[in-house]
Write a protein that binds this ligand. Structure first.
Ligand code: S3P
Length: 437
């Protein structure tokens, strides 16, 4: 039987600490594995995506110990990884496969990287092109999708690369490849994307410089192990933020949330929609901004989101569509094509889910529009397919807090790819949910 969640009208109140960030967790595992000595990673995200990457690193000969305080990862330096026995499995994770490819292209051994049915349809030419121009040897399927077969080559060269698309995964794959390359690799981004790789490299002593959208990395400087506290995942917090904003009487405090400015455009947009969100206790974990978020129910108004901002809220678009539905007036989102290349085609998934609930939306000229119904609106009863995409499932579970009766979300197990604690955290904040496995 497929898993499903029934989400019923309710509101959120109380305090929660959000689990570790997915993007930072992947990067922390890879950097620790390449360090010359042991690293301690605290508050690692324990999702399927991250655990798959952890397991891959184990298959590459790196010892990992779970301690009470966090994970100890016994890095063996740039030349310490060993040939894995079998294929390397990344499950649902584009970040896992693309970033790890950036490390495996410069190893002395061959490897094969694969994923689940969703990851097996995702575009990989975006990484194979720049990596090949560095001298890497990668073979994709004829559709340019995984599995990725890599022939190890320890002699890559530095490149100067102007990225055609704004993607932090592509940027990071090149940066991980550049670590062991002689000379300076230069990357120019069309729009600034999340900069967790750059910040972590800076923290551990890699020679990296960033000037606006230009990044320079001087390779072949190895580094010692380090200790890192992973901030809470802003993209996970986004579901709780919107849940509180749209459900009358809600008031929540979300603690220790990562507030890296390249991730938090959702806050700016929600504030422009009249949201009552206050950032408290702002501080840093290493190079990363962190804070607590106080969020109260708000009567929202519509928003306009420009194409330049999209990379800084790309993962939050599905839940922002839900927020816009409960805002007064028409909201518009420009330049959202990349949404089609995520764990599902998120544009199709959101349009079809909303349609099942009687809501028409428009997509023309790479612009999505949704006619907001205002804060008193209640959704009709309905059944939604998650398209096996965690962010689609969580978006509609939040929408269910504002249904007349209930909304059932089918194939909800996929939530475990990024936020296994989602249901229990929502439950502890007072949401009324029924789960069947
Ligand atoms: C990520 C980058 C983004 C984002 C993904 C995580 C990362 O993907 O959607 O969830 O950790 O670098 P793209 O680089 O494909 O935009």
């Amino acid at each position: 039987m497929t898993s499903s969640i029934v989400s019923k009208p309710s509101f959120l109140s109380g305090e929660i600490k959000i689990p570790g960030d997915k993007s930072v967790s992947h990067r922390a595992i890879l950097c620790s594995a390449l360090a010359k000595s042991v690293s301690t990673v605290n508050n690692l995200q324990l999702s399927e995506d991250v655990l798959n990457t952890l397991n891959v690193v184990r298959q590459l000969g790196i010892t990992i110990d779970k301690k009470e305080s966090g994970y100890q990862i016994f890095g063996k330096g740039f030349k310490g990884m060993s040939k894995p026995k079998g294929d390397l499995y990344f499950g649902n994770s584009g970040t896992g496969i693309r970033l790890t490819a950036g490390v495996l292209v410069w190893q002395s051994f061959d490897s094969e990287l694969r994923g689940d049915s969703s990851l097996s349809t995702r575009p990989m030419k975006r990484i194979s092109e720049p990596l090949s121009s560095m001298g890497a040897k990668l073979l994709l399927t004829p559709e340019n999708t995984p599995p990725i077969k890599i022939s190890g080559n320890t002699e890559l060269s530095a490149i100067s690369y102007e990225m055609p698309i704004a993607s932090a995964q592509v940027k990071s794959a090149i940066l991980f490849a550049a670590l062991n390359v002689k000379g300076v690799t230069k990357i120019t981004e069309p729009l600034i994307t999340r900069n967790h790789t750059e910040l972590m490299f800076k923290q551990i002593g890699v020679d990296i410089q960033v000037n606006n959208n230009e990044i320079l990395l001087s390779g072949q400087n190895d580094f010692e192990g380090f200790e890192i506290d992973i901030p809470g995942d802003f993209s996970s917090a986004a579901f709780l933020i919107v849940g509180a904003l749209i459900s009358p009487n809600s008031s929540i405090l979300i603690k220790d949330v990562g507030l890296n400015p390249s991730r938090t455009a959702l806050i700016e947009v929600l504030l422009s929609m009249n949201a009552d969100i206050e950032i408290q206790n702002q501080r840093k974990f290493g190079e990363e901004e962190v804070g607590d978020l106080k969020v109260n129910y708000s009567e929202l108004v519509s928003c306009k989101v420009d194409a330049e901002v999209i990379p800084n809220l790309i993962d939050e678009l599905p839940i922002l569509f839900i927020a816009s539905l409960f805002a007064e007036g028409e909201s518009k989102f420009f330049g959202i094509e990349e949404l089609k290349h995520k764990e599902s085609d998120r544009l199709v998934a959101m349009q079809s889910g909303l349609k099942n609930l009687g809501i028409d939306t428009q997509y023309n000229n790479d612009t999505f529009s949704i006619d907001g119904k205002g804060s008193n609106f209640l959704l009709q009863e309905g059944q939604i397919d998650s398209f096996e995409d965690h962010r689609i499932a969580m978006s509609f579970i939040i929408a269910g807090l504002r249904a007349k009766k209930q909304i059932q979300i089918m194939n909800s197990n996929c939530i475990n790819t990024s936020f296994p604690e989602f249901i229990s955290q929502l439950d502890s904040l007072g949401a009324i949910l029924n789960e069947s496995k």
